[in-house]
Write a protein that binds this ligand. Structure first.
Ligand SMILES: Nc1nc2c(c(=O)[nH]1)N[C@H]1C(S)=C(S)[C@@H](COP(=O)(O)O)O[C@H]1N2
Ligand SMILES: [Mo]
Length: 256
């Protein structure tokens, strides 16, 4: 019995390895993070496959207590309306300034792409969904981490309200600065993946992404896009253009 079990598990491991090897050979298919033909970037595929293989599908990131909360710096864009910031987008920067002047009353989150009911939600619409608060550790690729409490609506709820089609595979999110992110459906439907409008018991501050940011707790900090205003659901991996991670030399999948 024991040896039979061992054999089975060994076979699973071998099959797993063989399938990641196969994927390496296949390279850039529409089901995989893109490598753009660069051998060094093939590691993205491996990290992605290994994490998806080894981690239970819905394993939770650790959650902390209120007394664990630390101070947290604001990094990257801290004001999309400030033309002096690195990722400033002229058109969206002006829109952001107007929305902020109106306390985000006219702000809307658009959900489009491959959904059966494209939707548009105001902040109060989103606040009417059941909320989730989680105290988690943010880990930045620059080498620092911080613990904060995030309150928001699970992304899953919002996607379901718009009607996820069975063929949906990726969720692309766009921000008011020149930043965008995409995550796969597994991360999108994960219970700790939320669209946060609150931080440490208050409204989300501007510098941390007001009025709405993504929290995707099982990946590095840069996946947690701030200033989100548009979400597009797609059937295949899409290059998000010149602002995309792969084109800028950043890994698409950064599981922790
Ligand atoms: N729109 C947008 N989102 C962003 C960034 C950014 O520059 N613009 N920076 C990312 C990085 S690198 C980190 S570490 C976190 C920082 O979040 P914080 O400012 O709330 O600490 O936001 C991420 N999300
Ligand atoms: Mo970061």
């Amino acid at each position: 019995m024991k040896s039979a079990q061992l054999l089975t598990s060994r076979r699973t491991i071998i099959t797993g390895l063989a399938s990641s090897g196969g994927l390496l050979l296949v390279g850039c298919s529409d089901t995989q993070p893109p490598t753009y033909g660069n051998v060094l970037r093939m590691a993205d595929n491996l990290t992605y496959r290994a994490q998806r293989l080894l981690l239970p599908r819905l394993s939770l990131a650790r959650e902390y207590d209120t007394h664990d909360i630390t101070s947290i710096p604001a990094i990257g864009t801290t004001d999309p309306a400030d033309p002096h910031q690195g990722s400033y987008n002229e058109k969206n920067g002006v829109i952001y300034q107007q929305l902020r002047d109106g306390q985000f009353a006219n702000w809307r989150l658009r959900i489009e792409g491959n959904v059966s009911r494209p939707a548009s939600f105001s902040l109060s619409d989103l606040q009417r969904f059941p909320a989730r608060t989680q105290i988690t550790k943010h880990t930045c690729e620059e080498g620092w981490s911080a613990i904060a409490a995030w309150t928001g609506v699970p992304l899953r709820r919002v996607l379901e309200a718009a009607g996820i089609r069975p063929s949906a595979r990726f969720v692309n999110l766009y921000a008011f600065d020149d930043a965008a992110e995409s995550i796969d459906m597994l991360d999108a439907l994960h219970p700790q993946t939320i669209l946060a409008y609150g931080m440490n018991g208050r409204d989300l501050p501007i510098a941390h992404g007001a009025p709405l940011r993504l929290r995707v707790e099982r990946q590095l900090g840069y996946k947690s896009l701030k200033f989100v205003h548009r979400i597009v659901i797609t059937d295949r991996f899409e290059d998000l253009g010149k602002i995309s991670e792969p084109r800028n030399g950043w890994a698409w999948y950064v599981g922790i």
